[in-house]
Design a protein around this ligand. Structure first.
Ligand code: SF4
Length: 336
């Protein structure tokens, strides 16, 4: 669809796990099931929220072109991402950047962080003059409230997780991407740096007009930075709306569970592991073979929830939910 920055149209991803020669005995794991949503071509932070194993990181990999959907289409600016990678990979890599949970793996441990930033500037912006590159880096760091004299000249392991994360935002400020895919960017950094990182992210949105897919298990930070929230459960999109409305008045029983597990309204003091520590170790065992993906844990489950899978329905302005509690189908089924 043209006019959208990013769009997923009926995307499913199925992984094969195990199996011998010819994959006999392999198991199929559905990581995403018929997911559709769009990020319009305007500056917006959209939170993708769910527990571990809900499919959030699979969407991050799809949006970065690191994975192809089994079924459905994923488009950036109206063109399939697989097409971008064939035709204009360099522009796609410049326009769509990422920040991961711990970016340590992205840094070369033998290179000082300055060199990492120089190489990115040379490859993505063709800036070959080291002096010029350094002045841009220093300016970008200062713009995000960092002290270049304390951080440049160090190796990645000499920085804290939060400092490494904020350097990824410095890189974003330098490269000026159109879309940032941030996958659990603050879950491994301490509370004080978490707030600074989120402020920096909002600054980037306002300064550069970028959009961000902010992937998190934590509704509190989602509420702090995101304009809209999409809630994923077992690879299905179950609720979507303005983030403050989804969090203030959750409709789907799964979203209610996530909201109930929030402890404090301040992202500087909350224990971000609160939602992650829900009973997720046996998450795949809790996923029903058919019917609503949440029915084993849902206190409102009805007969229809065993047999049919609810689809996302409009339930108000900019609000959608996939639950038979909000569906006309339930009423007609129950009336016989
Ligand atoms: Fe619960 Fe049924 Fe709604 Fe699923 S569809 S969340 S089982 S009430």
């Amino acid at each position: 669809m043209t006019g959208d920055l990013l769009s997923l149209d009926g995307v499913s991803v199925v992984f094969k796990i195990g199996g011998g020669l010819g994959l006999i005995g392999a198991k199929h794991v559905v990581a995403l099931n018929d997911v559709s949503f769009t990020l319009p071509d305007k500056s917006e932070i959209v939170a993708l929220v769910g527990e571990s194993g809900s499919g959030k990181s699979t969407i991050a990999r799809l949006a970065l072109g690191l994975l192809r959907p089994t079924v459905g289409k994923i488009m950036y600016k109206g063109r399939e991402i697989s097409d971008w990678l064939k035709v204009d990979k360099e522009r796609f890599r410049r326009e769509v950047q990422s920040v991961f949970q711990d970016p340590y793996g992205i840094y070369n441990p033998y290179y000082k962080v300055d060199r990492f930033l120089y190489i990115a500037l040379r490859k993505l912006l063709h800036i070959n003059d080291a002096e010029h590159a350094r002045s841009l880096i220093v300016e970008a760091m200062r713009a995000l409230g960092m002290r270049p004299e304390e951080l440049l000249g160090r190796y990645p392991h000499q920085l804290s997780g939060g400092e490494r994360q904020r350097l990824m935002l410095v890189l974003a400020l330098l490269i000026k991407p159109r879309l940032l895919i941030a996958d659990e960017p603050v879950s491994m950094i301490d509370a004080s740096l978490r707030a600074i990182f989120l402020e920096n992210l909002l600054e980037l949105k306002n300064k550069l007009g970028l959009s961000c897919l902010y992937i998190t298990h934590d509704l509190i930070t989602a509420n702090y930075v995101a304009d809209r929230a999409l809630v994923l459960c077992h690879g299905r999109l179950v609720e979507a709306g303005k983030s403050e409305e989804v969090i203030r008045d959750p409709l789907h029983p799964y979203t209610k569970l996530l909201v109930d597990s929030m402890l404090l309204p301040d992202p500087r003091s909350v224990n971000v592991s609160s939602v992650a520590s829900l009973d997720v170790r046996r998450l795949s065992e809790l996923k029903p073979e058919r019917g609503c993906v949440f029915r084993y844990r849902c206190p409102y489950a009805m007969k229809i929830c065993e047999d049919k899978e609810p689809v996302l329905n409009d339930v108000g302005r900019d609000r959608r939910v996939a639950c038979f509690l909000y569906s006309d189908q339930t009423i007609s089924t129950q009336l016989g």
